[in-house]
Design a protein around this ligand. Sequence first.
Ligand code: HEC
Length: 720
Amino acid sequence: MSLTLDSSLFVLMLAACAAISGCSGPPEKSAIVEDVDWRRYNGDWGGAKYSALNQINRTNVQELELVWRFRVDDFVEGRNTAIQFNPLMVNGVLYLVTVGQKIVAMKPDTAKKIWEFDPYEESGATGKTRAIVHWEDGNDERLFYGVANKYLCIDAKTGVLVESFGDQGRLDLTQNLDHDGIVRRFDSRGPAVIYNDLLIIGGSVGEGPGQANPGHIRAFDVRTGERKWIFHTVPHPGEYGYDTWSPESYKYVGGANAWGGITLDEERGMVFMGTGSATYDHWGGNRIGDNLFANCVLALDAETGERIWHYQTVHHDLWDYDLPTPPTLITLTKDGREIDAVAQPSKMGHLFVLDRETGEPIFGVEERPVPPSEIPGEVAAPTQPFPIKPVAYTDQDFTLDDVTDLSPESRAYVLEQLKDFKLGPIFTPPGFEKLVMSPQFNGGSEWPGAAFDPADNTLYINSSNEAEWISMREAKMEDELAMPELGERIYQAICSNCHGLDSGGIINGVEFPALRTVKERLSREEVMKIITEGRGQMPSWASFLELEREAILAFLFDDRHDEMIETENVQFTWTGDIPYLSTGHHDFHDQDGYPINKRPWGQLHSIDMNSGDFNWSVPLGTYAELEAQGLPPTGTFNIGGPVVTAGGLVFIGATLDERFRAFDKESGEELWYYQMDGSGYATPSTFMYQGRQYVVIAGGGGSIHQTPSSDSYYCFALPE
Ligand code: HEC
């Protein structure tokens, strides 16, 4: 038998009991004490990443040992992959997801396989899964998760598709979106929630100009997949917020999507999400206005999908400052009153703390003037919201004072580079000059979000401090182009959104294959097939002309062609609608590859939610070679969530150094680490199985900053 962490007080008692040897509960309950599930993504529907277990605690964490290491069998050496999954432990079964998005059900203590489900039927495709959703009704036990443009329903006991759901167990998320244009992409890798048999889903959408679609929030019948409600995150005529756009925006704008997933207050029947920016990311002359409900914390009625409140965190986004994660449900005490609230982390490093019922900021938010845009047709918002408390948890407003002091050489190198650059405070709109953007569009915070300890109302959040640069250019294509150049234009406008400009993309913590080296891996025929048909989470580009696809190949394979193509013969002319494009998000490093800004480059913070004050901030991550020179840990760029436990510990991977760490939650002192083979760009899970507490994390690495991909989940416990 097992129980959920939803009844945390009960669990707290049992867990405390389990931790004290000789404590014997009522005999008939003793079986219950044995198992404590990690039944939901991030521990519970509210995303708290909290466990009431304390068998592993600050006095014994140094004794933690590796119980098992599970290697996924679909990892391909040299392929840029990552595992971002937060494992579930439900009813005595542990569920993991592999590089190829296979679900593996296993015994939690031994990793012995019970069953395996392969969504791609051995085609070798890969993709990212962060969450699966578990549901049960009597004997009926199901798992749901997103694979490319489908949402799948699997029998949790047997590992086979439940045919009565959607089309033979697969629900097509590109359908029933109330959108007239082509829906190229709606893939959902973040957490969905289930409320009263309604499966409530957000997801990632096509965002390139000319191929964008909105990220409306939908609820589906958990048994049949029938759509039950939809909330238009880009409002249609007559709907609230419609007047915060250009009149026709809803037809061509995409984004405003909850790709980070959803949290649920089951008692109130409310769902919460953070939405992304609207498309096109960096020029909004065809979406004049604040653009509701892009960049919003949204509170919806879970039963009907009606809006209860919204709070916009960026007006008229020009930076791609998506809200990357749903808000965490928290409780705090202010002026003697207990308040249920939500805490919304952001890429900007602003933590928005909002009353759960009304959306009112708890500690106040100020609208401050920000610089205007110099790009023709653009109307940047005159002000942006800045929380008064907590203060920003990442660096903002890069100036020459913030230039790295790692060594005199790196400082001189960066200062020299910066001569060509414009500097400005956060929310300076991208312009024709190169602009240092700090925080960069990967945050600040990313999709893993914050952890919350309800015992003392403390929030834990990790952050990255790495600047990047961005600039704008005219989109107008030349009248004539050679094939490789035409391919390059198409690549820059469309493919680079995912694959990056040079060295392989990392977009919101998801890595994509580096296409500049694709010719070393694949034949022309193979590349053409992938472009035309799509593969895994890579969309199909069948709607391109043959000529355009050939042009992309000519670019990727470095062909030499003198023959010129008249660009009026290609259909790829939509750039005319978006007159200015960004040149992309560019990494910006010193001559040795370290960030251009001062240390720390990554941090873990503890924030007292009663006061909004910081308890502590410590560097998160290290570069071994810098430590060898005697430098204290510098912190590194990081993507992966913290888990806080009643054992007084914060567990976190996330860093570039492939370490999985435990910190003392009171002091921020690092108490333990384990050196994995791949970085833990994921959130760990902790659970109790047959009386023993386990901690498990994916160490899949991936080429964030060229760190190697790896294949393993690691599971730890105290010696028996
Ligand atoms: C929405 C994000 C996205 C966009 C836009 C995108 N791709 Fe991809 N692409 C992917 C993903 C994800 C994969 C990995 C798929 C897999 O593992 O099966 C991929 C894989 C590929 C591969 C195989 C690479 C390898 O090493 O296996 C090629 C080739 C490719 N894409 C070409 C393109 C081209 C050309 C474009 C522009 C026309 C493009 N992609 C646009 C997401 C994208």
